[in-house]
Design a protein around this ligand. Structure first.
Ligand code: ATP
Ligand code: MG
Length: 704
């Protein structure tokens, strides 16, 4: 049984470890409160303490508080913190939910009274209905087209734009859209009509849950009365992400009352394209002139070095959101300076990042405390490859690994089929011709989903160019076999590995070490944002994305970019414009030679003595096509041993050693520690962990 603490003890517990401004926000009387807070300043900590304080001090009953946020993860985080603060006063029973979950619950309760006998059903996936509507309006019905159309419908509904108003609003806002606006409007109207299934059933999508909830409260005085009696105190986290539709629900909940606490950071607005708008946060004190406005500037997450860089990046921002920026003050002990590295190509960049990560892991940083963050998902491929080669476990967040992506699997199947036909085309041309019908057009298409697919196919084509540049004789059969091997060597994803994530998927998270990669102009800011003009709002949103990325790092922060995609490719890229005046000149002037590992003599094949550049070949220390002098029995023994060890350690086999490392061992038959560490992929840590075992296996085999 829980025993309530004395009032003084509770107060100390809730306020003792807060700073002055956080305490001010917690202690503000019931009524409008706005906390404008930068990244890592303790926003979530502050609002959960405020709720606990209001409940503990008896200002409000726990059942009368409704706390809302935007993702399930954030809602769960809030519930967890509230439970932890419960000292017998009921704080843990406060409702903390997403807007959608709260609306769904309320709608289920009020529906019979408001609508009567027509039943409703939640449309978990709107895909089939949108596809039908697209078809009737003469729009294409490919998977990506339907998803992009669904995205437009969601944006319009979240922004409270009707089908009739859609074309004019799109034209006015300069929004990039993938199709003809009039056709989208027709499909949107058609989609809404298709959801009404006669008199007995209505299909509701997630946005309808919000629309109907707002309407029920707005249109029915009795419903409004009952609801407002029940909930009296509202709290919203990440308020800069609110959409006009969610704001309408919030207004319906409030009525004429003003007991609302909001927390947000306009400079972390990175979801404008879904309809989120920081204007409600920025206008809060205009709407509620009595509001207590508290600014939090102490950053408890990152070192002063990381915080200073974040401040400099956001200082260059323009526009309304920039006006609300706060100068963050780092509270943690000092750490290393962020580093800036330029590379000739992405393969070199990824290899260097993998080496640094390996070093961090070997010196004791857990892989789960490290992240590689990039702008678009297709950038993951080179990092998946480099980390696999380095034997570092990883997981790709918010998406599957490159080779598991649907378009990449489709592409490999199409290439397989192309190989069955006779063709006179050179390999790079053959690949591009095969991928074109799958979506690899000359220029990237409009539409988020279609562009995503395009980027993945382009990454695959680039990868082929790279391989062919190194091995002009490469044929399709060999290429496909190698790509399959690459794909196979990558599974399975591990939970405790290094995180690979897009900047969008990294929001709200933090790691000890963060690598911000691919910081080239045209990637960040992304080219389609640049097409709106250098000072446009889309470019400003890209800058905020960069700011979100920087502020994920607690201690180590490494920023890098490459001048070309492929080794030997034209070095036509430039560092991101966001680095102007921020990256030290030296990273660029003499950057490549400074930042890259000094190169010794180029590694050569030990069979034919040709220079080696492909990472797999360097690992094997011979051309992959040169005959192998492998001891097959030893390789089998090594694999058995690896299986046993990986089971004992509960890690995937490649975490122990990759296949290529085992092959290199079985070929070079190392006799001592020095010979063992000469094999790429074996460092001090692996030597210490496995050296004795491996040398023992080699010796046993030579004796037999
Ligand atoms: P984000 O912008 O990423 O959402 P946030 O502002 O919500 O960040 P929190 O997650 O609440 O930040 O806090 C960041 C970290 O700082 C947490 O580990 C939290 O426990 C810690 N922290 C917050 N306030 C204090 C404080 N007064 N003293 C010590 N640590 C604190
Ligand atoms: Mg937070």
């Amino acid at each position: 049984m829980m025993v309530a603490m004395s009032p003084t003890a509770s107060r100390d517990r809730l306020l003792g470890d807060l700073d002055e401004e956080q305490r001010e926000a917690v202690l503000a009387p019931r009524g409008p409160v706005c906390v404008l807070a930068g990244a890592g300043t303790g926003k979530t900590r502050t609002i959960t303490r405020r709720i606990a304080h209001l409940v503990t001090a008896g200002h409000v009953a726990p059942g009368q508080v409704l706390a809302v946020t935007f993702t399930q993860r954030a809602a769960g985080e809030m519930r967890g913190r509230l439970r932890a603060l419960d000292d017998g006063t009921g704080t843990g029973s406060v409702q903390a939910q997403t807007f959608h979950a709260a609306a769904r619950r309320q709608l289920a309760y009020f529906w019979p009274r408001v609508v009567g006998t027509t039943d409703w059903q939640l449309l978990d996936s709107k895909f089939a209905v949108v596809a039908q509507a697209a078809n009737r309006s003469g729009l294409p019905t490919g998977t990506d087209n339907v998803r992009d159309l669904a995205g437009e419908i969601e944006w319009a509904k979240a922004s409270l734009i009707s089908p009739e108003d859609y074309p004019a609003t799109v034209a006015e806002s300069g929004r990039d859209i993938p199709f003809d606006a009039a056709k989208v409007a027709a499909a949107y109207a058609g989609y809404e009509a298709l959801k009404a299934r006669g008199n007995d059933l209505m299909l509701l999508d997630f946005d309808d849950l919000l629309l109907h909830t707002a309407a029920a409260i707005e249109n029915d005085a009795a419903v409004a009365q009952e609801f407002r009696d029940r909930y009296r105190c509202f709290v919203v986290d990440e308020y800069q992400d609110v959409t006009p539709l969610q704001q309408r629900v919030l207004d319906a909940w409030l009525g004429t009352r003003d007991d609302l606490t909001v927390v947000g950071d306009a400079n972390q607005t990175i979801y404008s394209f879904t309809g989120a708008s920081p204007r409600y946060l920025l206008d809060f004190s205009r709407r509620f002139p009595d509001a207590a406005v508290v600014r939090l500037e102490r950053d408890y997450r990152s070192t002063p070095q990381v915080v200073s860089l974040a401040n400099r990046v956001i200082a260059a921002a323009r526009g309304r959101m920039a006006g609300s920026r706060l100068h963050l003050v780092g509270q943690r002990p000092p750490g290393p300076n962020p580093t800036f590295n330029e590379y000739p190509d992405e393969v070199a960049e990824a290899a260097a990042v993998a080496r640094s990560i390996k070093k961090l892991v070997e010196s004791g940083t857990a892989p789960a405390e490290i992240a590689v963050l990039y702008r678009i998902n297709a950038q993951s491929e080179v990092y998946e490859e480099a980390l696999t080669e380095a034997g570092v476990p990883f997981q790709v967040r918010g998406g599957e690994g490159f080779f598991s992506r649907q378009e990449v699997r489709q592409a490999l199947l199409a290439l397989q089929r192309a190989g069955d036909r006779d063709t006179a085309l050179a390999l790079p041309e053959l690949v591009r011709a095969t991928l074109e019908p799958l979506g690899l057009t000359a220029e990237p298409p409009a539409g988020t989903r279609a562009r995503d697919r395009w980027e993945a196919l382009a990454a695959l084509a680039d990868l082929v160019d790279d391989e062919v540049a190194q091995r002009p004789q490469l044929d399709l059969r060999t290429l496909l076999t190698e790509l399959r091997q690459r794909a196979d060597s990558r599974h399975p994803p591990v939970v405790q590995g290094v995180t690979l994530a897009s900047l969008h998927a990294a929001k709200g998270l933090e790691w000890d070490a963060v690598f911000l990669v691919g910081l080239a102009d045209g990637t960040l800011p992304i080219s389609h944002a640049l097409s709106h003009g250098p000072d446009s709002e889309p470019v400003e949103e890209e800058r905020r994305l960069f700011y979100v990325g920087i502020t994920r790092a607690r201690v180590h922060l490494t920023l890098s970019w490459a001048l070309a995609r492929n080794p030997g490719g034209r070095q036509g890229r430039r560092p991101s414009r966001f680095l102007n005046g921020i990256a030290p000149q030296s990273a660029r002037d003499d950057g490549p030679s400074r930042s890259r590992k000094p190169r010794g003599p180029a590694p050569r094949c030990r069979v034919c003595n040709a220079p080696l550049s492909a990472s797999a070949a360097i690992m094997l220390r011979r051309c992959e096509t040169c005959p192998s002098d492998i001891d097959e029995q030893l390789l089998a023994d090594l694999k058995d041993w690896r299986l046993r060890i990986s089971k004992e350690m509960s890690v995937p086999a490649y975490v122990v050693f990759t296949d290529n490392t085992l092959i290199a061992i079985a070929e070079s038959l190392p006799g001592d520690d020095a010979a063992l560490v000469a094999i790429p992929g074996i460092g001090a840590r692996k030597l210490e962990q496995f050296g004795a075992d491996v040398l023992g296996l080699v010796r046993d085999r030579q004796k037999s």
